[in-house]
Design a protein around this ligand. Sequence first.
Ligand code: KIV
Length: 292
Amino acid sequence: MGETIHVKKVTVSYLKAAKANGDKVTMLTGYDYPTAAALDVAGIDMILVGDSLGMVVLGYDSTIPVTMEDMIHHTKPVVRAAKRAMVVADMPFMSYQISKKEGMRNAARLMQEAGADAVKLEGGEEIAKTVRAIVDAGIPVIGHLGLTPQSINVFGGYDLQAKGIAEAEKLITDAQALETAGASAIVLEKIPAPVAKYVTENIGISTIGIGAGPDCDGQVLVMHDVVGLFDKFVPKFSKQYAMIGPLMRQAFTDYVTEVKSGAFPAEEHSFPADPDLVEALAARGRPRSKGN
Ligand code: KIV
């Protein structure tokens, strides 16, 4: 396997070269400036401003309530931080399903107002015309198949998708439709590894797996799961590389204790004054309060 050397901004041509060379593509979610800066320095290829922010940042139960305004607000700081990584912004629920025209307008907002490098849409054949129109307008599109969280109310849960032959066939057809429509890559979420392997080997664009086994062209995870910041549940397909959540809680508890006890701020956290000023303050004495 060759090594795709690329120090410049990651673009769709990087994805094509990586697929041709068999190099894995890396993607994690990011929703703010410091996280995106850390991801970029770590050498991540793509930062996904996922609508998962609805759950891990905004505290909703699903991604459904996330709005275009939320996506623009969170994409902007990520764009400011990402010097090399390609920034992919999720198109939120109902921002592209109503009409092709609305999909194009909202994709354009994510590019023009937020500065994203690409947009991601959930769905297959049913959104292929919209994908084509967005790509024809000059906007790179990433598809998303398998467990598509915006359809959670139709699925009735976050279960494994494409388990049966008919479902797997449908997913393969959807992947081909997205490729034909001009998508640059497809996220495959929570599907059996052999189905993801088959799709990866039979389409010409990159597959980026999340709970889709090791054979995809790349991998993506939700950043909060990777660093142990989201404690409501940890998906089986995620790996916790650090446990920041308990560290944060301990730091906040220590701060509360030290402020209450007077241990913080100590001398080293305070600013001294010129001795003349100290003397002048002392000479002023105590001001008399009103009513004394
Ligand atoms: O919104 C998101 O974070 C995603 C990933 C789970 C792929 O779509």
